[in-house]
Design a protein around this ligand. Structure first.
Ligand SMILES: Cc1cc2nc3c(=O)[nH]c(=O)nc-3n(C[C@H](O)[C@H](O)[C@H](O)COP(=O)(O)OP(=O)(O)OC[C@H]3O[C@@H](n4cnc5c(N)ncnc54)[C@H](O)[C@@H]3O)c2cc1C
Length: 370
């Protein structure tokens, strides 16, 4: 069993790190202060990242993408940490046809089957009514993938997905809902008032919307939540280790105190464990195995690890960790949502338990794994 990186993988990681350090990191303070990036700067970044092959890296080559495997993609996502991707790469794609996933409603979060947004048959098409909230990047998206009830008698099996252009009559982008962190990103309310949709707007088959959303979002979750959480935790620990080496109190570097060492060692152990879980899930996808429970494990483990690592980093930095003069307090705020969005820790934990009760050792005994 070999967990070392190939030459190609090292080159990919090095290229991404260089791009982030040279092009994105210097913009960090501006975005935090102003909450946005000038459109011409965003456009220029987008063109540069595209020229380097960083756009659509996971899409198969025959469709013009980079054709990366899931494991390679996780390596790439891990580098795209923290504010960089959320604040620059995504905003950089403004001007292209970008899209948001719109599932959550004020009354239906974890219980995604209880949505009230509905699409009813009318003529040859559909009429959509309802509202969504917390829709990421919604302020800049050209269209939305919207979940809606199409068969009220069928519960979760009566939900379908629709592609809804933002400029369609009856679509209103509401408030950009203020958040604890993730400055420079938008999370909006959406309102649909008798929006007429033709049949082409229906994604796949009617009634299979929740299944599609779970399958697709599983991969998104692995990359954008799992890998980025591991990457963020790595970066934050790097800063904490640097501080432990340099900061002196009682005539010593604070890294010489065992209580500080314990915080560092716990973070090192947890990050390594989280990364192995992540690579294992990515390899299972590449091998064509059902990775749903593995992805749920990564979601819980990586996001909880990030929370603990960020919390310890604030502690190691002391008052400077709490001060806005350093980015640590921002990393701590930004980390918090990882345990909430894309399915909360509680929801994924319950799913893992259900899977274990159903399939027994297959989830934790490699001899029984299929
Ligand atoms: C920054 C941000 C970005 C987001 N982006 C998007 C997006 O782009 N698209 C989108 O559709 N949604 C998005 N969301 C919504 C997000 O997915 C939901 O917030 C999340 O699924 C939780 O739903 P909720 O907020 O309604 O909480 P609730 O479902 O009300 O949960 C509240 C609490 O109850 C717990 N709970 C609920 N049910 C159970 C249960 N069965 N067992 C144990 N505990 C339970 C939860 O774990 C949580 O602790 C975003 C949210 C945020 C904060």
């Amino acid at each position: 069993m070999d967990f070392s990186l190939s030459e190609d993988q090292r080159t990919l990681v090095a290229m991404l790190r260089r791009f982030i350090e040279e092009k994105l990191a210097p913009l960090e303070e501006t975005v935090e202060r102003e909450g946005r990036l000038a459109p011409e700067v965003a456009r220029d970044l987008f063109e540069q990242s595209k020229a380097l092959g960083f756009y659509a890296m996971n899409i198969p080559e025959e469709f013009g993408g980079g054709g990366l495997s899931t494991v390679d993609m996780m390596l790439a996502e891990e580098q795209c940490v923290g504010p960089q991707v959320e604040r620059w790469l995504k905003p950089a794609t403004r001007g292209e046809r970008t899209c948001s996933i719109a599932i959550t409603e004020p009354e239906a979060g974890s219980d995604a089957a209880s949505i009230r947004t509905a699409a009813t048959r009318a003529g040859g098409g559909w009429v959509l009514d309802g509202k969504k909230h917390f829709i990421s990047d919604g302020l800049f998206s050209d269209f939305f993938v919207v979940s809606a009830v199409t068969d009220p008698s069928a519960g979760g099996r009566g939900i379908s997905l629709f592609l809804v252009d933002r400029d369609r009559k009856g679509v209103t982008i509401g408030r950009d809902q203020p958040m604890m962190g993730l400055r420079g990103t938008s999370h909006v309310e959406l309102f649909f008032d008798r929006v007429e949709l033709d049949d082409q707007c229906l994604l796949g088959e009617p009634g299979r919307g929740l299944g599609y959303a779970l399958d697709t979002l599983g991969r998104v979750r692995l990359g954008q939540v799992g890998a980025r959480a591991v990457g963020k935790a790595t970066k934050i620990l790097d800063l904490a280790v640097g501080q432990a080496r340099e900061r002196r109190q009682f005539g010593k570097a604070i890294g010489e105190f065992q209580l500080i060492q314990k915080m560092i060692a716990d973070s090192v152990i947890e990050i390594n464990a989280a990364r192995l879980l992540l690579w294992n899930a990515a390899a299972a996808i590449d091998a064509g195995r059902d990775a749903r429970a593995l992805i749920a494990m990564v979601k819980v483990n990586a996001s909880e690890t990030l929370g603990r690592v960020a919390d310890r980093a604030v502690q190691i930095f002391g008052g400077m960790g709490f001060s806005r003069d350093l980015p640590i307090e921002r990393y701590y705020r930004d980390a918090r949502v990882y345990r909430i969005f894309d399915g909360t820790t509680e929801i994924h934990t319950a799913g893992i338990a259900r899977a274990a009760l159903k399939s027994g050792g297959a989830l934790y005994d490699p001899v029984e794994a299929v």
